[in-house]
Ligand binder design. Sequence first.
Ligand code: MN3
Length: 205
Amino acid sequence: MTIQLPDLPYAPDALAPHISERTISFHYGKHHAGYVTAVNSGVADTPNEGRALEDLVRSLPAGGLFNAAAQTWNHNFYWQSMSPGGGGEPSGALAAALEASFGGVDAFRADFAAGAVRNFASGWGWLVFDAATTGSGSLRIVQTDDARTPLTDGLRALLVIDVWEHAYYLDYQNARAAYVDAFVEHLINWEFASANYSDALRNHA
Ligand code: MN3
């Protein structure tokens, strides 16, 4: 079994004008696809061949193969973190958890955006569930560098924004903050984040 490049969950022009079809064509079609190819060639004819992507990410040592596997997983998660007509307001248990952890959804949006703008790396901005602090304050915002991912820290990812320049440079050039604002206001897939949160609660109950 080889690692597959998942289909995009929407048409390549569906996130426009916030993320253009041209950005998607390079980001998904070249960068993400390239990571998938690199994982498959890295595991071919080794004991790692046939292992699930999450297993690879959790167990590979730092290095090129880890980077390719983690970038594959991170991008799989990133495309699902957005939806056409996204943004708006979360509801239910996730909204309550955002209130408990950040003081409200608006405060979460501000903290999430500020962290993503400040991240000095080619990296990622995450909303995660931290099972070590279940109950009030169980959600955290985490920044990672390069290919690093909360998967290896025992944290459950709920949502991610890619802040590598390839995610926004064609549309926004150096204006990362404008890309981050568009993500937060217009693209966040709250249904995906809520489903991840429900799943995290079930697994840690
Ligand atoms: Mn990327």
